[in-house]
Design a protein. Structure first.
Length: 106
């Protein structure tokens, strides 16, 4: 769905960052896991994105999807999300369904 590594302009992307224009970042992995923590620090606070992929068995299925979890851990922080999905490596169009529960790209 997000193939920016293959084609920066047509590949799609997903990014999360603080709304504040000046921030520092630090990344680390939780020990003995594949969970990546990206911490953002500003004068107003600190926030983080934890990226992980839940596994429900030993065989890959369509339920194995990366999950980003956002949270503010100190002070206050607003995040910006930039998303541009590209299904089938940009060969298929998508629709966007917005409801009170969130947004779904199909």
């Amino acid at each position: 769905m997000f193939g920016a590594l293959l084609d920066l302009e047509k590949g799609g992307h997903f990014s999360v960052r603080p709304s504040h224009t000046t921030y520092a970042t630090k990344q680390l992995h939780f020990p003995d896991t594949a969970c990546l923590v990206t911490r953002f620090m500003t004068e107003a606070g600190a926030g983080e994105v934890i990226d992980f992929m839940p596994v429900t068995g030993s065989t890959a299925t369509d339920r194995h999807r990366p999950v980003p979890m956002l949270r503010c851990v100190r002070g206050s922080m607003a995040f910006e999300v930039d998303i541009a999905p590209r299904f089938d490596y940009g060969r298929k169009p998508h629709t966007l369904h917005i409801s009170e529960h969130g947004a779904v790209f199909a």
